[in-house]
Design a protein around this ligand. Structure first.
Ligand code: PLP
Length: 390
């Protein structure tokens, strides 16, 4: 298949690339949307003669188009897509060998330390969890066998930031690769590869797909060697995204810029509202001027997004409020068009245990909200009536 005409067009704007990179009209019919190729195999013209596709575990045209699109949005040389965000993170640690060491943030998405500690540690990988909000801590944690520094910024759910440029400088000097889970910001608001990261991972389940109707993951690479090894691993391991799910993400990503603008605008309004509400004791959102890393947020992100955590005071208060919401949906996940609200201590971060949660500041009264793109006045009214039940 011919290469996308927009693949190399780094000069085009983000919203243009979201719609056109990898998404040329279909040469056969003119279809403006990428066709779904539900095929396992491809007819060959002769021995070793084919049109670039042999078997769909190795590559599939719908998947190729999505991989081109996401590589363009993150500014990488290539992207690889997987059946979930966790499968994408697994692919990244599969680049390592027994005896290798990874320095990780201590406030990661709950599934990530579960994979690292309960699966990968048994295969001889070592993980250290540290507070990466101070870049100096990263420098001190790097050992001779450290291969990756793995961070999320902002973190989930405490919304703490890591200075990606500072960590990138340290890691470049120490010849360690930087991996950033960019799920919360999406490439629209944060570009880790431009700040020195080597690999970016997303759960496409969240903002990239954006419609809460499919799971997926992606790894975007700055270096060809990583891209090649990950393509080999897709073939060898078989952890790939199906053509239909690839198509859903291609469809979702076309509106990423438009959705993120609304998520961000409403996120700021909801954070301000919560900060002023008499039933709310604290709000964690990098867009608030009293966030301890607000200046870094302004420097390293081009928006603050729509993920907000806030303190209701107790489990009882949180439950009173969460039982009352009508527009906001109580549930795990985030990044959808609908406002999703959750209780980290009993949902996403239950597996950490009370001690683990306490160490990173997650209380029983903490509530996390992913502000959707409904009319913001409706969201505010819903939150107000629910909070007043406390
Ligand atoms: C959801 C999420 C993941 C895991 O992705 P799945 O698609 O659920 O497997 C990883 N990192 C972050 C930050 C997430 O929010």
């Amino acid at each position: 298949m011919k290469q996308s005409r927009t693949k190399e067009s780094k000069t085009l704007g983000f919203a243009t690339r979201a719609i056109h990179a990898g998404q040329d009209p279909d040469p056969l019919t003119g279809s403006v949307t990428v066709p779904i190729y539900p095929t396992s195999t491809y007819v060959q013209q002769g021995i070793g003669e084919h049109k670039g596709y042999e078997y769909s575990r190795v590559s599939n045209p719908t998947r190729t188009r999505l991989e081109e699109n996401l590589a363009s949005l993150e500014g990488g040389v290539a992207a690889r897509v997987y059946a979930s965000g966790m499968a994408a993170i697994h692919a990244i640690v599969s680049l390592l060998k027994s005896g290798d060491h990874v320095v990780c943030g201590n406030d990661l998405y709950g599934g990530t330390p579960r994979l690292f500690n309960q699966v990968m540690a048994d295969l001889g990988l070592e993980f250290a969890y540290i507070d990466t909000t101070e870049a100096g801590n990263v420098e001190r944690a790097i050992r001779k066998n450290t291969r990756f520094v793995y961070v999320e910024t902002p973190t989930n759910p405490m919304m703490r930031l890591t200075d990606l440029a500072a960590v990138g400088d340290i890691c470049k000097r120490r010849k360690v690769s930087v991996v950033v889970d960019n799920t919360f910001m999406s490439p629209y608001f944060q570009q880790p590869l431009a700040l020195g990261a080597d690999l970016v991972v997303h759960s496409t389940t969240k903002f990239l797909n954006g419609h809460s109707d499919g799971l997926g993951g992606v790894v975007v690479c700055a270096k060809q060697e990583h891209a090649e090894r990950l393509a080999f691993l897709q073939k060898a391991v078989g952890a790939i995204l199906s053509p239909f799910e690839c198509w859903l993400v291609l469809r979702g990503v076309k509106t990423l810029a438009a959705r993120m603008e609304i998520h961000d605008r409403s996120g700021r309004i909801v954070a301000d509202f919560l900060a002023r509400h008499r039933k709310v004791r604290a709000v964690f959102y990098p867009g608030l001027p009293d966030h301890p890393q607000h200046a870094l947020a302004r420097r390293q992100m081009t928006g603050f997004g729509s993920m907000i955590s806030f303190e209701t005071g107790s489990l009882k208060n949180a439950n009173k409020m969460l039982k009352k919401v009508r527009i906001c949906s109580l549930g795990e996940s985030l990044g959808g068009v609908e406002t999703l609200i959750s209780h980290p201590a009993t949902m996403t971060h239950a597996a950490l245990g009370e001690k683990g949660r306490k160490a990173i500041g997650i209380t029983d009264g903490l509530v996390r909200i992913s502000v959707g793109i409904e009319d913001v006045d409706d969201i505010l009214e819903d939150l107000d009536q629910a909070l007043n039940a406390i």
